[in-house]
Design a protein around this ligand. Structure first.
Ligand code: UDP
Ligand code: MG
Length: 322
């Protein structure tokens, strides 16, 4: 008997790709069941994120035909990350391991085998990492790779070239459930869970049909969300900037004094120039310091778990939570 695997797929207006996605995944599941890698109780969970088209009707139909497909309907459109979390949290009670992927077949489903093998080897989180981005447009590739770099630089540590194609064990999901953040950025939070992790390389292909639900505007707001919900580094930058301007004001001050004493100025210039620089620097510095405290409050109200236990050896039993 293999392990129970659930695949969670958030779907928003995906009527064009869903039939193909379901067909291919069912084939994959049947093969995996035959090989004994996963149990017959494994399921494909489709989460409808308030689609405006026939997506939910399709999902209902698939579920009626075959119990391998299950459907979760959200009350309204809540965005990719929330839809994914809703799916993960709903199925985690029934599964040993859960894989999340997109509906558009960009993530190669053949990577599931390797993910399962790594899971059976004892990994709790297996990240699907894109080996190249040849199929993405030049624009998408540059913006997306720039996005990872800027994010990491700003203190939001994510796995490079990993999106949301990943396997998580049940206890990793239980760990994820402990994060009570409202501003959700799964890619940044999952690495915080810890446990043994590994990566699987796969080639990302083109969207099978339909168009991207992530236009540039959404991508930018996603990046901003990621940065501001994971780190207070932008505030630190203001503090540093304030400090630099303050230093510059000191240099300016000396320069202004020299000009003043050599009589090389218009009346009133020295005092105005000196105060502009000094006050500008001090203001930025002050905002930065106030920001530091706001940053602390901000991280505090998130009530992130302070630890997640990996193993608990107690008396003569291994009461590990898995
Ligand atoms: N999606 C969603 N809710 C939204 C937007 C997108 O559930 O509000 C889903 C979408 O159906 C797809 C996944 O999120 O399964 C990724 O979206 P997409 O493929 O359009 O993004 P891209 O690959 O272009 O970044
Ligand atoms: Mg896509």
């Amino acid at each position: 008997m293999g392990r129970i695997l659930y695949v969670v797929i958030p779907c928003y207006n995906e009527e064009e790709v869903l039939p193909e996605t379901v067909k291919r995944l069912k084939g994959k599941f049947q093969a995996l069941i035959r090989e004994g890698l996963i149990s017959e109780k494994s399921r494909i969970a489709l989460v409808n994120d308030g689609s405006k088209d026939k997506t939910w009707e399709l999902i209902e139909g698939y579920h009626r035909e075959d119990s391998m497909i299950c459907g979760i309907n959200l009350s309204r459109n809540r965005g990719h990350q929330n839809a994914l979390l809703a799916g993960l949290m709903t199925v985690r009670k029934h599964a040993d391991a859960v894989i999340s992927m997109d509906a558009d077949l960009q993530d190669d489903i053949n990577a599931i085998d390797e993910m399962m093998e790594k899971y059976l080897d004892g990994c709790d989180i297996v990240y699907g990492v894109r080996s190249k981005r040849v199929t993405d447009s030049f624009f998408k590739r540059v913006t997306a790779e720039g996005f990872y770099r800027v994010m990491n630089w700003l203190g939001a540590n994510t796995v490079f070239n990993h999106a949301d194609y990943r396997l998580m064990s049940r206890r990793a999901l239980d760990g994820l459930a402990e994060f009570r953040e409202v501003n959700l950025f799964l890619r940044g939070i999952v690495p915080m869970i810890g446990y043994r992790t590994d990566t699987v390389l796969y080639e990302r292909s083109e969207r099978f049909a339909g168009e991207s639900k992530y236009p540039l505007k959404k991508m930018l707001s996603f990046a901003l969300e990621g940065i501001t919900s994971l780190s207070v580094k932008p505030i630190r930058l203001i503090t540093s900037l304030g400090f630099l301007v303050f230093l510059a004001s000191m240099i300016m001050f000396v320069y202004i004094l020299v000009r003043f004493f050599t009589g090389n100025t218009v009346t009133g210039w020295s005092s105005v120039a000196a105060s502009v620089w000094l006050i500008g620097g001090l203001t930025l510095l002050a905002i930065g310091i106030v920001g530091e405290y706001i940053g602390k409050i901000y991280l505090e109200v998130k009530q992130r778990p302070r630890f997640i236990i990996d193993r608990f050896l107690h008396d003569d039993k291994d009461e590990t939570g898995s």
